[in-house]
Design a protein around this ligand. Structure first.
Ligand SMILES: Nc1nc2c(c(=O)[nH]1)N[C@H]1C(S)=C(S)[C@@H](COP(=O)(O)O)O[C@H]1N2
Ligand SMILES: [Mo]
Length: 420
């Protein structure tokens, strides 16, 4: 149901909540009386402030020190081959700051000296070539904002609601502006032979992360990136150069990229056979499930970001994305999917990038079941977790893009739950 339909709108209002874009009639702030925080001179106004940043590289305000990448101890026993998650509950807009982009490493962070960095291009090419970083930077540069989502994002939630925080349920995604060069231009330099149909990309880390990518995608929009959000890639994100495979599984975005081989068929490496294939209920496995399906989640309120202001005007904020294009529409429900309302998308709407949505409403303090549902530019609509399970079972934890539910109680506390 949609709130453009009078019927569901009436039912919704009958439940005692006024939804929609208009501001609530109650004022958003207190009258200015008796509050020492405004009436008295505060310490920071009484003395000279700190000098300029002595470290030479700035950090967030100390009051934001809790906004950190965090891991799930029972998921990753050691921190070397670990995952740590983006604190989505504390962020807004669409860009993920470099210092809190989630990390996923199969053999830890490789420390590659840019002076010794090399990228080899070989296989079915006219001229096998080796590029230094300086060589790569002489190709025309492009700036593109893309999300990167790990295929296993929300994987722990496939069987049931598990983790109390959007950071842990959905934090294997980040969205940055990459500066880099097109693989199309690099391969043109080497000259792809007509039999060339696939590209193998390999990392320089001890895992030598390796994936086969169809040449059609490679020549369409894949990049070798050396900057994220304007500065050099962080070591943990593939410094000095990584592959960018817009909209496709995070594991294909090879970090510390060292080798590109052109071939006429896929290589069937470990990371595309025993890993990153999707086990179906009949025992068969889907492979090459490259595109990330449309997905959305409410980032605030969420278990780590409860409603602190009590009832009245309340802002819901969330993210939506699709590996097949843009997100023209997001719906939000406050009652577990009985009534749906159109959210407001704010900020850029770019292919294969995070979109930010908001829904403002007047909360009467009664319990809520919050969900969001993304529609992508192909017309695909984000499914429920039950709908996914009906088709896929629970044997595979990859590609869980099911609708997330947050239960808000009368105190504004939020829990990860499921409704069926
Ligand atoms: N060389 C190399 N590339 C890699 C990996 C790796 O372990 N080694 N992990 C992959 C996986 S599974 C994901 S989800 C992304 C994570 O990228 P990030 O650490 O920049 O978030 O990198 C991919 N590229
Ligand atoms: Mo991943």
């Amino acid at each position: 149901m949609d709130d453009s339909e009078g019927h569901s709108r009436r039912r919704f209002l009958a439940a005692g909540l006024a939804a929609g874009g208009a501001l609530a009639s109650a004022p958003l702030a207190k009258a200015a009386s008796g509050d020492p925080a405004i009436l008295e001179v505060q310490p920071w106004a009484n003395e000279l402030g700190d000098g300029v940043d002595a470290s030479g590289y700035g950090l967030p305000s100390p009051f934001e020190a809790k906004v950190q990448r965090r891991n799930v101890p029972w998921l990753t026993a050691d921190t070397t081959t670990s995952i740590n998650f983006t604190p989505l509950h504390a962020l807004d807009g669409i860009i993920t700051p470099n210092g809190v982009c989630f990390e996923r490493h199969h053999s830890g962070v490789a420390r590659v000296d840019p002076a010794d960095y090399r990228l080899m291009v070989h296989g079915l090419v006219e001229r096998p070539l080796v590029f230094t970083l300086q060589d790569l930077m002489r190709f025309p540069r492009h700036n593109k904002i893309y999300f990167l989502e790990c295929t296993a994002n929300s994987g722990m939630e496939v069987r049931s609601a598990q983790l109390n925080g959007v950071q842990y349920t959905h934090g294997m995604v980040h969205n940055v502006m990459y500066t880099g060069v097109l693989l199309k231009d690099i391969l043109a330099e080497a000259g792809v032979k007509t039999e060339g149909k696939w590209l193998l990309a390999e990392g320089a880390d001890a895992a030598a992360m390796t994936r086969s990518i169809p040449l059609e995608k490679v020549l369409d929009d894949c990049m070798v990136a050396f900057k994220m959000n304007g500065e050099a890639l962080r070591a943990e994100n593939g410094y000095p150069a990584r592959l960018v495979v817009p909209g496709w599984e995070g594991n294909m975005w090879i970090k510390w990229l060292r080798r590109l081989e052109v071939g006429d068929k896929p290589w069937h490496q470990r990371e595309e056979t025993s890993k990153y294939t999707d086990l179906m209920p009949d025992g068969s496995a889907r492979r090459f499930t490259w595109e990330m399906d449309a997905k959305s989640v409410i980032t605030s309120p969420s278990p780590q970001a409860p409603i602190l202001h009590g009832k009245g005007h309340t802002v819901i904020s969330g993210l939506a994305w699709s590996g097949r294009g843009t997100i023209p529409r997001v719906d939000v429900t406050l009652d577990g999917g009985i009534n749906w309302h159109k959210a407001r998308i704010d900020g850029p709407s770019l292919d294969y990038a995070l979109h930010r949505f908001y829904f403002e409403f007047d909360w009467d303090g009664s319990p809520l079941l919050l969900q969001s549902r993304a529609h992508d530019s192909t017309g695909y609509v984000q499914p429920t977790k039950d709908a996914l399970r009906a088709i896929r079972g629970t044997g595979s934890t990859y590609h869980n893009n099911g609708i997330q539910t947050w239960a808000v109680n009368g105190d504004g506390e939020v829990l990860n739950v499921e409704v069926s």
